[in-house]
Design a protein around this ligand. Structure first.
Ligand code: FES
Length: 145
């Protein structure tokens, strides 16, 4: 939930950046597009987060899961203490985005259910597990490994 707010604020920041420099539109648009990752980095830096952070460790419920969107990619995170695992949140059945349901991940489209800590299928129709995404904990943030 908090990551949604992060994306909303970075969207607001980039639209503010593009509307604040109408005089040199070419320079403004190239600056805006090249600064898009930097602006999310700026807001992350303001909170002390690494630029490539997926989310804060504490945002993931201990013993549970959280689904975030990073660069448009839905990622399911699960945490036990300071150990964090990540999987694609794209259902292998027909590519719906799965949602967090405690220690499981549930697909709203046809009811597939996955173990949030292993990605394994607990209930079909999906037949293959969610693919793992290598991550590590860096400070209080989860980053790609
Ligand atoms: S798309 Fe997930 S169960 Fe069908």
């Amino acid at each position: 939930m908090s990551s949604t707010a992060t994306f909303m604020s970075s969207t607001a920041a980039s639209s503010a950046a593009s509307s604040s420099a109408p005089a040199s539109s070419t320079a403004a648009s190239s600056a805006a597009s090249s600064s898009a990752p930097a602006s999310s980095g700026t807001s992350a830096a303001a909170s002390g987060a690494p630029v490539d952070a997926l989310t804060g460790v504490s945002a993931i419920p201990d013993g549970g899961s959280l689904v975030v969107k990073v660069g448009g990619e839905p990622i399911a995170l699960a945490r036990k203490g300071n150990d964090v695992l990540a999987f694609t949140a794209v259902c292998p059945h027909q590519q719906c985005t799965v949602g967090s349901a405690g220690a499981t991940l549930q697909c709203p489209c046809h009811g597939s259910e996955f173990d949030a800590f292993t990605g394994a299928v607990l209930q079909g129709p999906a037949k293959v597990p969610l693919a793992a995404i290598p991550v590590k904990v860096q400070g209080d943030q989860v980053v790609r490994a």
